[in-house]
Design a protein around this ligand. Structure first.
Ligand code: GLY
Ligand code: MN
Ligand code: MN
Length: 434
């Protein structure tokens, strides 16, 4: 079933194709299937460009558009109906179903791709394709002797601005993830397994016909200071914080939330000092998410607050300018404890397309209404680290706070605002299940 109305997809297709020259051929393959072990596959997820253009979710498929006859014609190449395969692998729409129910002009069996594509490839003047996903297409393109242009920049500039329908869906995704985090807080208790909190979060996703958008990070104690921790196998001790970075996907659209809280329901003084500093920086960064702001503005806002706070807490012994470092790079010693970016675009991909900063000289995109970004500063004091001095008072603490923020003409709107992040709000909830 289509996620959006046909007109939503045809508007996207027209906006994309309208920028391309006459006599073009566009090929967008979906993702390859990938093996987890022996003959067992990872659950298949369609490529986000395929989802964006036509909502097609089956594997082994290609979206094609051609305007060699003047008008654009759009097609899907899909797996043909085959009862024996469908008994094992599930129902297929087949070319007939694809042409009838999906937003394309016609559809064909993927087995006919070579035959139908070859003359089009020969006749067209421009070829746009995403390579590296479909070996058959890659070899046809390699043999055609034409230059292959990348359509992603055109598509990305559309995907980065969300339509009203996308914003509605992403708001649902954000709200579901918020409720899942609240359920996890309620299940907090000294000694709780990281895996148990993961199961609370993910069962909330699954029971709402959703799933994780990325492997959930549930790091207790020192594990909270490992940025991409996701083994989730340790119990969380009395007195420890747990950092949960978990978001869901609703009809392809991701949410991405991080909350950090003490499993015994009470922040220690040292934990509170670090938490309040990260929260203050996150609020400053959200406030900096204004339409017209440069991409780096919200990172600078978060970084400035963090650097000031690290000096006030006696963790850095230097001036603010020294703590921040190069005024363009923000590369000073505060980065020893806040070593990642402050956010990224969010959409069909959790780290969505549309830019961010590509290298030191790139100021990145300007924030515009309809963009959705995450805002997620953190501070990490893993006591095992040998690269930098870890202050004893804060050793073992890791805190990140992450919300999903829609840029509007009137300023930032936090889509994940129903997920508590003030200390008093969280302390009132933690452990309430038991
Ligand atoms: N969950 C991945 C991230 O926060 O970027
Ligand atoms: Mn994120
Ligand atoms: Mn995250």
């Amino acid at each position: 079933m289509l996620t959006f109305s046909e007109s939503e997809y045809s508007n996207r297709q027209s906006a994309f194709l309208g920028e391309l020259p006459d006599n073009s051929l566009v090929l967008i393959p979906t993702n390859p299937k990938s093996i987890r072990s022996n003959d067992t596959h990872y659950p298949f997820r369609a490529n986000s460009y395929m989802l964006y253009l036509c909502g097609w979710t089956e594997s082994d498929s290609v979206w094609m558009a051609s305007n060699s006859g003047g008008e654009w014609t759009t097609s899907l190449f899909v797996l043909p109906r085959d009862t024996k395969s469908e008994i094992w692998e599930g129902r297929r729409a087949g070319p007939e179903g694809a042409a009838r129910d999906w937003p394309v002009d016609n559809a064909h069996s993927i087995d006919d791709l070579d035959k139908l594509l070859s003359p089009l490839l020969e006749d067209c003047n421009h070829v746009f394709s995403i390579t590296g996903m479909n070996s058959k297409i890659d070899s046809l393109l390699a043999d055609c002797g034409k230059e292959i242009a990348d359509p992603k920049p055109n598509l990305d500039s559309l995907r980065v601005i969300k339509t009203d329908a996308e914003i509605e869906l992403m708001s649902k995704s954000a709200e579901l993830a918020s409720q899942a985090h609240i359920q996890a807080m309620k299940a907090g208790v000294p000694g709780v397994g990281e895996w148990h909190l993961q199961s609370v979060i993910e069962s909330c996703f699954a029971s709402n016909r959703s799933q994780w958008a990325y492997p959930s990070i549930v790091g207790g104690g020192e594990n909270a200071a490992i940025l991409h921790y996701n083994s989730n196998r340790d119990p969380v001790g009395d007195g420890d914080l747990v950092l949960i970075d978990a978001g869901c996907e609703v009809d392809g659209y991701a949410s991405d939330i991080t909350r950090t809280w003490p499993v015994n329901g009470r922040f220690s003084d040292a934990q509170r000092e670090i938490y309040e500093l990260v929260l203050k920086s996150q609020i400053a960064a959200i406030e900096a998410c204004q339409p017209g702001a440069r991409w780096v503005a919200f990172h600078e806002a978060a970084s400035r607050v963090i650097a000031e706070g690290l000096i006030e807490l006696g963790i850095l012994d230097c001036t603010l300018d020294e703590a921040i470092g190069d005024p363009l790079e923000f590369d000073g010693p505060y980065r020893n404890y806040f070593m990642h970016g402050t956010g990224h675009f969010l959409g069909l991909d959790v780290h969505d397309v549309g830019g961010g900063r590509q290298g030191d000289d790139d100021p990145g995109p300007v924030l515009r209404p309809g963009m959705i970004v995450t805002v997620e500063p953190g501070l990490y004091f893993g006591s095992w680290r040998t690269d930098v001095e870890i202050p004893e008072r804060y050793a073992g603490i890791g805190v990140r706070i992450e919300d999903d923020v829609l840029i509007t003409k009137d300023g930032p709107v936090v889509l994940t605002s129903s997920c508590p992040k003030e200390i008093s709000e969280m302390e009132a909830i933690i452990g309430q299940e038991g």
